[in-house]
Design a protein around this ligand. Sequence first.
Ligand SMILES: Cc1ncc(COP(=O)(O)O)c(C=O)c1O
Length: 383
Amino acid sequence: MKDKTFLMIPGPTPVPESVMLEIAKHPIGHRSSEFSSVLEEVYANLKYVFQTKNDVFMYTASGTGAMCAALENLINPGDKVLCLVIGNFGNRWAKIAQSRGADVEKIEVEPGEVISPEVLKDRLAKDVNKEIKIVTLTHSETSTGAANDVKTLCSIIREHGALSVVDGVTSVCAMPCKPDEWGIDVLVSGSQKGFMIPPGLAFLTANERAWKVYEQCKFPSFYSDWGAYKKSTQANSTPFTPAVNLIVGLNTALKMIKEEGIDEVNARHKKHAMALRAAIRALNLKLLVDDDNHASYAITSILPPDGVSVPDIRKVLKQDYDIVVANGQNQLKDKIFRMGTLGFVCDRDLIASVGALEATLIKLGHEFTPGIGVSTLIAELKK
Ligand SMILES: Cc1ncc(COP(=O)(O)O)c(C=O)c1O
């Protein structure tokens, strides 16, 4: 049926109709007082969602654009950067740092695992001359569905004295993420994830410690220069022509998040992720991240049952039910499929998706008690 496609991927995520209708309006002038009023609300509500007193900059870019805007305004060639890598997106930090001439070291774990605080503590304890200037990490690693304990890791980094630079692309909105309280120095995110709007905007917030490092950066990026963004943000403006329609849509989406409450939005994501995980186990399927304490609330990675392929699961879900789930990435391609519970997702969406997954698995010959996934899911959602 036309127009029924439902995205259960970790971004882009479904967009509320009221947001779509705002985006569909004629663009307004980006130097008008009307747009400045929109920006005033957006900047204030971004601070609320990011749970920070610091400015949140908005770039016309995807999430990677904000990652670049972080490191390209901090690194001088030769700086030592430690990258904590639990998947593809952790590795992206390393690539960006390398592109700026940094001396990059990685701590890397197997897919599905997270960074152990002890391992980080040991490595930083060995850095007696305090050569490590920046430590990058990923909160919710979308390629595996694992989530680092950012609060603990950032407190260890703070004790050492390096700057913590955190990818919150699929965690902001979905999981508790509190930069001021947890001592995250730089945090980035992207619009097509928990923010319930289409791709095209990226966000960055930095604290005073990060600003001191920015001030020592010899060649800050021109387009994403923090100094220019600070000046504009504080004047309810933007340095360059922004994606005005997306920002008008974002204004509506942020108000929806505020109305629900950021803690409640986090709790909804947790409830959905945990209920989905219980349903998957009830269907005799395995999760890549077995420990619920290390699981992202935004994305769940599932291993296919023996004798059933990931491409077949994805194909039947799409063809028969118009539901899109994601494949694994790189070495996990065709080894896992990933279901998003990110952004504008309600209980009904999840019940429909698990029901469709059951029907798909029955069609493909996997054996389980029919209905067990949906009934487990519903029981968990009611808790
Ligand atoms: C955790 C994480 N970091 C970074 C990115 C990169 O964002 P984008 O594809 O919007 O550039 C993504 C995108 O899926 C992501 O999930």
